[in-house]
Design a binder for this molecule. Structure first.
Ligand SMILES: [Zn+2]
Length: 117
């Protein structure tokens, strides 16, 4: 892969990382013990049951969002780590180079098109 494209993809990954972290921080706390793990803030109860039920519902609806953001963040960190180790752009499954077109759309892709299927 040429250096220009690599730099471009790295920048894309860094930007996406910042954006996801910002999004996560609006409703979740990063666990200081487990690096990179986020926990959706559980609602505080103040005795108002109706309000509490609403908040629990909101909390429950946020969990899948948190999970998907967290997965994306993890893949981005993995990709950035691979760039550092000069291993970026290879399929984790078959070891072949991932198509550049695919990486442009999904810079954090871990496997090639064939293995994705
Ligand atoms: Zn593959």
């Amino acid at each position: 892969m040429n250096k220009g494209l690599l730099a471009e993809l790295k920048e894309k990954l860094e930007k996406e990382k910042t954006a996801i972290k910002k999004q996560l921080a609006t409703f979740a706390d990063q666990d200081p013990e487990l690096k990179g793990d986020w926990d959706t803030r559980f609602p505080k109860f103040d005795g108002n049951l109706e309000e509490a039920a609403d908040e629990v519902e909101e909390y429950t609806s946020r969990l899948p969002v948190e999970f998907s953001l967290e997965t994306r963040l993890r893949d981005i960190n993995l990709a950035l780590d691979k760039i550092k180790k000069d291993k970026y752009g290879r399929c984790e499954n078959c070891g072949k180079e991932i198509d550049e077109k695919r990486l442009k759309v999904l810079p954090a892709a871990r496997v090639c098109m064939k293995c994705q299927k």
